[in-house]
Structure formats: C-alpha cells, structure tokens
Design a protein around this ligand. Sequence first.
Ligand code: DGJ
Length: 748
Amino acid sequence: MSILINQENGTITLHTDHTSYQMKADEIGTLLHCYYGARVPEEDLSYAVFRMNRGFSGNPYEKAAADRAYSLDTLPQELGTFGAGDYRISAVKIRHEGGDQALRLRFVKAEILPGKYALSALPASYEDGNEGCETLLVTMEDPEGSVRAELFYGVFPKKDVITRALRITNTGDAEKTLLKAAPLSLDFLEGDYDLIGFYGKWAKERVPERTVLRHGVQSFGSVRGGSSHHYNPSAILCDSSATEDYGRAWGFSFVYSGEFLLEAEKDKIDETRITLGIHPDDFSWPLAPGESFTSPEVLMTFSDQGISGISRRFHDFIRKNIVRGFWRDRRRPVLLNNWEATYFDFTGEKLVDIAKTARDLGVEMFVLDDGWFGHRNDDTCALGDWDPNEEKLQMSIAELGGKIRDLGLRFGIWFEPETISEDSDLYRAHPDWAVRIPGRLPDLSRSELILDMSRVDVQDYILRKMSSVIESAGATYVKWDFNRSVCDKYSHALPPSRQGEMAHRFVLGTYRVLEGLLSRFPELLIEGCSGGGGRFDCGMLYYTPQIWCSDNTDPIERLTIQYGTSFIYPVNTMGAHVSASPNHQTGRSTPMETRTAVAMSGTFGYELDPTKLLPAEQEEIRRGIGVFKELYETLQQGDYYRLTRPDDTGCTVWESVRKDRKEAVLTAVFDHVRANYTPVYVRLRGLKPDGKYKVSPVPGYRSADPRVPADSLIKEPVLSGSSLMNQGIFIPHYTKEYQSWQIIFSEV
Ligand code: DGJ
C-alpha cells in the first residue's frame, strides 16, 4: 500500500520506496501540507507546523475570536488559493459570477483508487506493467463560492515519483471564470533553498541556472504558445548546500507543451511555496454550472542524493512512464537527415545518392527535411500545402519512398503542421484558419503565421494531409517541427468571450493530431522539434519519444545544451546528429570522433552529405555507428552521471553506467587547449565497489593514435570499482584541439 489514510489522526500519507508525502485536514477543514522528503515512518508530521500571531496575517472568521495564531497566510497548505486570506502565490484563481475572486477550500474527503489516473485529451504518465501504482483523489470545496477542487495524486512507489493534477468544478448555478490552474502547489516549512531553472534561446537551449531563493517571488514561464527555448517547464529546488551528489533536492516537470508559469516564493517567515501550471496571462476558462476544467499533470520527485539523484529518477521515469508505444524500448534507427546536407536545394535523385552512400556506411534511415512540398524553395512560403512537389523531386513521393526503401533504409519525412504561410494555397482558401486578430496586422516570424490548431476542422485537415503523405511515401518516421512563437492569439472559431481558451485549446489540438497519427500508424516514430529544442517537455515526449535537442549541431556548443537537458531528460530523448565540419552554426572545426562521441549521448544520427566526405571520414562514420550499436545499452538505457561542468575545467566529462553495473562508458571532451595543462581528475560513480573493471579505450579508436597508446590511458588496466570511485582517474592529455576520449570500464 503506497497510500495510507489514517482515520485516527487524520493524516493522509503517500509512500514511495524512498520518499514520503503527507497532508492532513485540520480542525476547520484546511488541508495542511505536512511533509515531502525522504521516507519516514508512519507518524503525524503536522507536529512541526508552528503557529503564532504574526499581525497582518488575518484569521478565518470561525477562528478570529479565539485563535489569532491561526492564519491561512502562514499555514502550509496542499493547494494555495487566491483572495481569502492567503497572500502568497496562488495555484488557483477563479472569478465568481458576482465579480469577486476569493476562494477558500475545505477538505471534504479522500479516496484511494486503484492504478494511476489518466487524463482525457492530455498526455499523462502511466503505469509500466505492474508497478503497484495507486491514485489518491482528494476533494475540497468552497461552499460559499460553489467551487469544488479535486486533486489527483499518482503514486509510483518503485520510481519515487508522485504526480499531481487538478480538476476544478463550478458547483453553483451561474457561470464563473477560471483564471489560474496550477496542479503543483507545494509548501515547505522553512526556506534555505536554491532554485535551478533552465533558460535559453534558439541554438542555446536549457542552460541550468542556480540562484538563491530569496524573499519575494521568483518566476519564469512561457507566453509563446509552446513551452519554448527560453525557459523549460521544469525546475529543481534544493538545499543551498546541495551538490550533484549530496543534499536534498526536489524535481518538478510539467507534462504540458504550452504556456506555463513556475513561481517560487520565500515569504515573511521563510516558508517556501512553489507552483507550476498553465500560464494565467493567456488563460481564462468559463465554467458553466456543473462544468469542470482538468489541468495537465506535474511530476514531482525527491532525492537525498543531490541533484543527480533527481536526474536519474526522472530519466528512468520519462523512459518508461512518459515515453510510450512501439519505440519506447526499441533502439531507434541511426538516421541521416538531409537538412544541413542540402537545405532546400535537392532533387529526388540527389537525395537517393546521399541515401545510398549513407546506407553503405551503416545508416538505417533517411529523413527528408523541409522543402519537399508546395512551391517551397525557401522559408517564405507554402506551409500548409502538404502536397509533394513532384516537379522539384522529379518523381512522386511514393517513388522516392520506394527507392529509399529499396536501398534497405527506412524513410522519414518533415512537417511543420501548426503553421501556415501567407503565400500558400491553404491560406488563400482559408484565411480564417490563420491565427490573426481581425483589424490588426500580425507579427510574422520566419515569414510564418500560426495555423489555428484549436479548431477541429483544422486538426482534421492536417491529420488527413499528413496521413496521406505518410501512407504514399511509406514513411515510418516524421519530424514534427514548429518554427515560431505564437502571438496575436485569436481564433475565428471562438466567440470574443472565450478567446482566453485559445492558447490551451491550441495545445489540445496539437495533441489530438499527434494521437490521431499514432493510432493510425502505431509504429510511426515521431521526432519532436521546434526550431531545435524549443518544445522539449514531457507533454511532447508522450507522443514523440525523441526531440531534436537544438539546431546548434556544433559538438562543443552541444556540450552545454545536452548537459543542461540531462538535468531532467534522458539521453535517449535528445535528438543529436554528427554534422559537417566546419560547423554551419559556428564555423568551428572539430574532429569527427568528437562529433560522434557527443551525438552518441543523444539519439544519434547524421546531418551532412556523406558523398562529399573523404574515404577516411566515411570510415569514421562506419566505425562510429558500430561503436554506437555496441555501447547502446550502456549509453542510452544506463544511469547518467555528470562528472564535470562544461566551462569549469575546459573538459566536459560524463559517465553512463549500464543498469547491471557491469559496464560504464566515460566520455570526455576538451573545449579548449591550454599550455601547461592542469590535469582533470574525475571520480567515477555508480560502479560496484567490489567489482574489478578493465579500463580500455573505445575499440578501434584511440589505439590507432600512435601518440597515445591505449595503455597510457591509465597505468593499471584493471581496477576496483572502489578505487575508480574514490581515487578516480585523470583524463588523458589532449593531442589536438577539441579532442575527446571515450573510455570503457568493463567488469572482469
Ligand atoms: C528547424 C529545424 O530545427 C531544422 O532541423 C530544420 O528542420 C528546419 N527547421 C527546416 O526548416
């Protein structure tokens, strides 16, 4: 039993193997949040909730005469609400029919439901086989305001993850408007914490930033339609003393791909509250009598083994309980994408030539990127016209797909379903399908307008067009791109009073099309993309097992991008390709083996024209694909450890340990050369202390370099896990700029 409702002391406790979470309704029905942290025994933890009259923190009417120490403004609560005496950040705000906005919820009941709850029309985590999941459903009501709030908690005991979703119902007899709905609202009794968020921009996504949680409110979010390059809908809160491996940390990730807001507040008495939900700026949802609104869910995890403990828990969870379907547990094909190889300049025959050479080198899938449809020869036109351009291809898409398959390759194809060009037949036929405010010139981005995915007729059109291309091309992979932020939000299908629904309905529409594609083509592999990693979140990962991590394919820049992404997301979700050198984004030249080593800690593929490579470089591709396949289990399904921080030492080092701990792979990349170099020492993690590990370079790789013979990597070629984890090793010196090493530790 992972959920315990104690009738005697009123506590409701959720247990996972290593964590506990507790709440309790107090004497006037306020649902107190008592605890979330390391697993503790069955005790009433509300003893630690300290009450005192603090002045200017008011008292609920029924308490005011007798107990001025009781205030909603200071009590830790399960769900922070707006306007009725709690002045901290709120998770729920609703405008009643009278125009007032106060909400005060009182506990009604708690029920235990078998299994993990599901959410209709929304992505949500699910139980992987028989994991012993349970759902706690807590009902609260505001009788004066006629509102019911239901909190759903999904408990994954073996994964140490608890999820939360929220349903708000209008129980009155007049329409109300929901203004804010955040499924995460978590209170802490004290507040010496740091907050780690992930900011970024196009070509530099998910840079971790750790700041002291000071008094006041810290927040980040997105009002860009999608979750965005600029802030990821995830965060880690940790003890100010926590490091990668030590200290307490709490991780949060939103299973949602739209606009979000994360807020964290340290208040007047150092209590801390963190909320995460749909961004309220573009959200208002009318609720007629009896109607409900259900929020997306938030994942929560706790680790007392530092920040990397959070990462590994999320990695395991996302791999098995978010990603689903045919490709969840399968090795994804090594692909070659033609974008950086040709951009818009190709014919069918040129593509087949590239594919043939790629096939000869071991590539397993050819992906045709942008430019195959309508009259699209640059990025100014034709989005929405999803009919193959046979004149440009000089063949039909069915013929092209056939030729690729005849080579023994899978065929994949690019779409950007949620956008429309002004210069397109679709726009000329349906101008009202574009997101535009009547009477206002729209903001264009990459010459694109947004297609109104909140409309069911638009969703059906896109699903039909995509399905027909996938079918006739025999495609088994789709790259789903989205190349701009959304503004000028307006749907011609909604009345003025309901425009506040548009942003959320847009996301629901995208999810509906993705679900439609997967139910028509259950073996289709969809790779998410938004100008690189502009929509990298657990909502998309529910439909698209991998997401193009960044348009920046420079391996040195990728060190930071993949490092930041790894705080929450596993390696096998990060789209990563070996591209040409000099790199197209930075102009930097790097060795092929470094590009290969970095892409291997991602989904692994190529994005270059192999027909233009020297034979030695082609040989490197053949070797790289072989190494990737050999190390697949360890790199893609193992436990991931960040051993250094990019920029700290000039050498970024990470380690993947196979789940049975019989093999580990260490990758080290130097990001600049220095004279009189200070050696970089790292201590390995996750090995068996008593195990003996043979230390060797990746086969057929370093030993070929006469300047660094294999046995100089380390003086003792067999060492105990204990020595490797305590004494550590030094990373062998570089012999050239941007050198990398991959070292294997295999149990003997
Ligand atoms: C942005 C993507 O991230 C690129 O990989 C490529 O598909 C282009 N769009 C095509 O327009």
